[in-house]
Design a protein around this ligand. Structure first.
Ligand code: ATP
Ligand code: MG
Length: 368
């Protein structure tokens, strides 16, 4: 067994620490369908330091998008947020607000969505209204949150379309979403999400439909805005190269849980969880022998309708320990000698547990 763990003191999950823009704690989201219950999120916990970029990675279906949608309170029907806390802090030093104490249709959530937190959706058409021109939709968002002046809003909208690399942004302003290519729609949506200079941007695979040149341009723009306005980003991607380029920290998800989180360097050079290690072995790396075959992660993600006892990765894990991994759910533990490298795996036992934090949120939520 490689390393022991320290006590949870100093865990990165204290709601009281003022430099986290968002802190998700023990989030559970289920979809009750005719075929059964999909446990999309099974106790997701992570936080994003202000002004930093958190990469969220994991195989398809592990809950990345549902995590982002939960923060926005936009989980689609029949999904339900069963429990958990999502603390948001607009400015450093503010008391945290538990977003889950607000109704999804409340004025508070309307204000927070778009003004403070915006999302680039994985599927562009979900956030573009086919009945309005692209420019109209971006300008409306600016009018709602930034300036009451229509001309100014139009100018700002055209400027942001230019910054996301739209050719002839004045013309695109008057174009309807269906008249654009997939990549252009994605850029229009990115422009809409960035137009309000949010405190937190949730970017759900924002560049998948783009060619590499445009992708690089968009990533640069996000970095620029991040530096300009101190924006924090939750960056969901399958591309570990983009993670290395864009992110400060990484959360690795598996079957509705964060199984490891650490700085980018620690994830790439000293991954702890067997799932993270397998994920990294499945991508090409510079300097490795070209003839070497990339490893495929054994098996596939279990059926989301089933529930597995113990660690959800145990049927695929090369370090599987019978009697432990298939029986006991591993708690989140902090790796010794690190500030914020945590893992959920029985290979790293010890004082194990990161306890739920205790704080009182600004909106008086009962938190444990
Ligand atoms: N509308 C829905 N009805 C039922 N189950 C759903 C629905 N939306 C998502 N799920 C389930 O929730 C789980 C998490 O889905 P999610 O979309 O968050 O995955 P993801 O990690 O974003 O995957 P991908 O990388 O493919 O985008 C999956 O098992 C999925 O089947
Ligand atoms: Mg997704």
């Amino acid at each position: 067994m490689a390393e022991t763990v320290t006590s949870a003191a100093g865990a990165p999950t204290e709601s009281g620490s003022s430099d986290h823009v968002i802190q998700v704690e023990d989030l559970h989201v289920h979809f009750h369908t005719q075929l059964g219950t999909v446990r999309a999120l099974n106790g997701v916990s992570f936080s994003i330091p202000r002004g930093k970029v958190l990469g969220v990675v994991g195989e398809s279906g592990c809950g990345k998008s549902i995590t982002g949608l939960s923060i926005m309170q936009l989980v689609p029907h029949p999904g339900k947020i069963l429990s958990g806390r999502i603390y948001f802090r607009e400015k450093a030093g503010d008391r945290p607000v538990d977003l889950l104490t607000y109704d999804r249709h409340s004025p508070e959530m309307h204000h927070i969505r778009g003004k403070n937190i915006s999302m680039i959706f994985q599927e562009p058409m979900t956030s573009l209204n086919p009945c309005y021109t692209v420019g109209n939709q971006i300008a409306e968002a600016i009018l709602l949150h930034q300036t009451p002046n229509r001309n100014e809003a139009k100018e700002q909208a055209i400027e942001i379309l230019r910054r996301v690399g739209m050719p002839n942004p004045e013309r695109i302003y008057n174009t309807y979403p269906h008249q654009l290519s997939g990549g252009m729609r994605q850029r229009a949506m990115i422009a809409m999400a960035l137009s309000c200079t949010p405190v937190l941007l949730i970017a759900d695979e924002p560049t998948t439909a783009l060619d590499v040149t445009t992708e690089a341009q968009i990533l640069d723009l996000m970095r620029e805005l991040q530096a300009e306005i101190g924006m924090s980003i939750m960056f969901v991607t399958h591309n570990l190269g983009v993670v290395a380029q864009m992110c400060d920290e990484v959360a690795v998800m598996y079957l509705g849980r964060v199984v490891e989180r650490a700085s980018v360097d620690e994830i790439f050079y000293d991954p702890k969880h067997p799932y993270t290690q397998a994920l990294l072995r499945s991508i090409p790396r510079l300097g490795t022998n070209r003839k070497e075959h990339l490893e495929v992660i054994k098996g596939s993600i279990p059926d989301p309708y089933s529930t597995l006892p113990g660690c959800p990765f145990h049927p695929r894990c090369p370090s599987f320990m019978p009697g432990t991994c298939d029986r006991i759910v591993p708690e989140e533990t902090i790796i010794a000698g690190t500030v914020a490298h945590s893992v959920r795996c029985h290979l790293y036992p010890g004082s194990t547990f990161v306890p739920p934090s205790t704080t009182e949120s600004a909106n008086g939520a009962a938190v444990s």
